[in-house]
Design a binder for this molecule. Structure first.
Ligand SMILES: [Zn+2]
Length: 140
């Protein structure tokens, strides 16, 4: 009797507004949308600036460094495709540029040890279609 492969994790959807982010993720590069009018980044991508409603945006590279603003440990996988990972920590990460991203935390063996204020950097988890999913990893 052969083992059946588990259900696959669904791929993140790709919107036109987020296409540059996903394109850069193929090379494990983090880019953020910035508004040229008010010189502020935002997250998530939405095709306009949530601060001034301007539509003159450009994508700029980000070092991906920040700190844990809030954290939650998932005792059970949110999807059968993640079943082998539980428990795992999900963190709201405040990047140094001033935006917040919700990221699964990779690296620590004890997800309960992840704490508010921890320094993290964005890492990349490969997806089957060549894109990469951003994650949070402990800063070196
Ligand atoms: Zn703006």
């Amino acid at each position: 009797m052969s083992a059946e492969p588990g259900p696959e994790r669904p791929l993140p959807p790709e919107s036109p507004a987020g296409a540059p982010f996903w394109a850069a993720s193929r090379d494990r590069r983090l880019v953020l949308p910035w508004c040229r009018a008010c010189e502020a980044p935002h997250w998530y991508p939405r095709g306009f600036c949530p601060r001034c409603l301007g539509e003159d945006l450009e994508w700029r590279p980000s070092p991906g460094a920040g700190e844990v603003h809030a954290v939650s440990v998932q005792p059970q996988a949110a999807h059968p495709g993640l079943a082998g990972r539980a428990p795992y920590a999900v963190a709201l990460v405040a990047l140094d540029e001033g935006v917040r991203m919700l990221l699964q935390v990779h690296g620590p063996t004890d997800p309960w040890a992840v704490a508010v204020g921890d320094r993290v950097v964005v890492g990349w988890e490969p997806l089957p279609d060549g894109r990469h999913l951003p994650t949070a990893e402990p800063a070196a």
